[in-house]
Design a protein around this ligand. Structure first.
Ligand SMILES: Nc1ncnc2c1ncn2[C@@H]1O[C@H](COP(=O)(O)OP(=O)(O)OP(=O)(O)O)[C@@H](O)[C@H]1O
Ligand SMILES: O=P(O)(O)OC[C@H]1O[C@](O)(CO)[C@@H](O)[C@@H]1O
Ligand SMILES: [Mg+2]
Length: 484
């Protein structure tokens, strides 16, 4: 096996095109660290479990659809408890921070991190950082025990508070160093994981024995590589209530139109899955799929047609859809939030007004339009049962990895298996709906809406989408060239 390594990335190659994109280990820069037997060996719940410890060579493939002579491809290190750990239980001083927007399940992750540290590894020093990254250097810490976190999974939001902006790497690492923190658990989206990557680099530059671990949080599902993000399932489920309400309103009026806006700043996963789940949606609009309003094949023509056919219709629109149309017709603003994310104008309000104006101009057909914006109501609820299980596994995997001395990784689900993914794989791009993949085709055939693209556009899209995006069902429909 060949090995090539740089500051962030450790790549190992093997037979038949096997590639391991490995994560850093504390021993990469602090040699001769003492190891201890994993305390789980003496834990009655786990000691009876056959093969409880993960084999040192276990890895998980990123691609499960393969061809006979194709390469085995990229793999990630399998998460889970190891025989040896690199921290004595008494020595561990962990902290947890939550950053970025809310998402169902954050409190469950916090709870399970605390409980895994206490109950599995006998750790009894866990601190919460108050209010996101800036809390490291500007606020008091919050002591966390299993008692404190006992029923927080039943609440939405984050008991630690969150914020955007305020990432000052050296002040954060100074705080970690001054407080003697040696395991840092960072829960947040793409921006947060970028922040975690630079904290890891600074920790390593200072030669500190500190494990820096990311836990991916994003209601939008915009983090690449992982199967899906926690809270996504809950968001899709909760979105049904808004879509159902829009459908009831639309169905009960003559030429009723229901418009529902869902979250998704740069990607339309919530809108796509909520639409596929619902079946009453006539048109789903997402940022990845451009559309136009006027003329032949445009949205307004489609609405007229659908109203004539069924007398009512429901439109689901992701908040980031049609932004180029908005900036053409409204005064473009360049406002950003404290993290540098573009502040979007309300596409739901805008499109509702455009539809109303169109039908007001056309005396032939009068419509009744109701606009529903459930976005923050969806984001603020506690996670559902399936997300709670997912959050638990993510948190436990994160703790096993840090105890085993791994660092500079995000804990994530790949093809149904918990893995450790190097930060740079997570932060290099955003996850997007691939509109030339089969999932979007399924949506188009379910709603029977126009694609708003001609075949020339589709060829351009195919060319642009060279890197296939992981699909939520683990399926990427991008054709692999034989022998590739
Ligand atoms: N490139 C970066 N380097 C360092 N820190 C960053 C970077 N990008 C963002 N951050 C920090 O990460 C935190 C969260 O970022 P952001 O507000 O973009 O949310 P996020 O983690 O992407 O979550 P979401 O988009 O799901 O709400 C902020 O405190 C921000 O300062
Ligand atoms: O109002 P806030 O907190 O900035 O969050 C809004 C953004 O956060 C997200 O939910 C991502 O966390 C986006 O979908 C949305 O645009
Ligand atoms: Mg983000």
């Amino acid at each position: 096996m060949g090995m090539e390594s740089n500051f962030q990335m450790k790549v190992e190659t093997g037979d038949a095109g096997y590639v391991l994109e490995d994560v850093p280990h504390l021993t990469d820069y602090i040699p001769d660290l003492t190891t201890y037997p994993n305390p789980l060996r003496f834990n009655p719940a786990y000691s009876v479990v056959k093969q409880y410890f993960v084999h040192v060579n276990d890895t998980v493939p990123q691609k499960v659809v393969v061809h006979k002579n194709g390469p085995r491809g990229i793999h990630f290190r399998r998460a889970g408890p190891r025989q040896k750990v690199y921290f004595n239980s008494d020595e561990v001083h962990a902290c947890i921070v939550t950053c970025g927007g809310l998402c169902p399940g954050i409190n469950t992750v916090i709870r399970e991190l605390v409980c895994s540290l206490y109950h599995m590894y006998g750790v009894n020093k866990v601190l919460g950082i108050d209010g996101g990254y800036r809390g490291f250097y500007s606020k008091n810490t919050i002591p966390l025990t299993p008692k404190v976190v006992n029923d927080i999974h039943k609440r939405g939001g984050t008991i630690l508070g969150t914020s955007r902006g305020g990432h000052d790497t050296s002040k954060i690492v100074d705080c970690i160093q001054d407080r003697g923190i040696n395991q840092v658990y960072i829960i947040g989206g793409d921006g947060t994981q970028k922040g975690a990557a630079v904290i890891y680099e600074e920790v390593r530059r200072r030669g500190l024995k500190v494990a820096v671990v990311g836990i991916p949080k994003t209601i939008d599902n915009d983090i690449p590589v992982i199967d899906r993000s926690f809270g996504f399932d809950t968001a899709v489920e909760e979105a049904q209530r808004a879509i159902n309400a829009a459908h009831v309103e639309a169905e009960s009026a003559e030429n009723g139109v229901g418009v529902v806006k869902l979250m998704g700043r740069y990607c339309g996963f919530i809108a796509m899955y909520a639409t596929l789940a619902n079946r009453d949606v006539d048109c789903c609009l997402i940022p990845e799929s451009p559309f136009y309003l006027e003329g032949n094949g445009g949205l307004l023509e489609f609405i007229e047609k659908r109203l004539k056919e069924s007398g009512h219709m429901v439109i689901v629109i992701a908040e980031g859809a049609g932004q180029e149309l908005l900036s053409e017709s409204l005064q473009a603003t360049n406002e950003q939030d404290a993290s540098g994310n573009k502040q979007l104008q309300d596409v739901g309000l805008w499109i509702s007004q455009r539809i109303r104006d169109h039908f007001a101009r056309q005396c032939k057909m009068s419509i009744t339009l109701k606009y529903i914006d459930p976005t923050y109501m969806i984001r603020a609820i506690p996670s559902n049962a399936s997300d709670n299980v997912y959050c638990t596994l993510l948190a436990q995997s994160a703790v096993h990895g840090a105890m085993a001395g791994y660092t500079g990784y995000t804990s994530g689900l790949v093809n149904g298996r918990q893995t450790y993914i190097p930060f740079n794989r997570i932060i290099e791009r955003q996850n997007k709906v691939v509109i030339t993949d089969r999932m979007w085709a399924r949506l188009l055939s379910s709603t029977n809406q126009p694609s708003f693209l001609d075949s020339k556009d589709l060829i351009e899209f195919k060319k642009a989408e060279e890197t296939p995006t992981q699909q939520l069902d683990g399926e990427s429909c991008k054709e692999d060239k034989p022998g590739n």
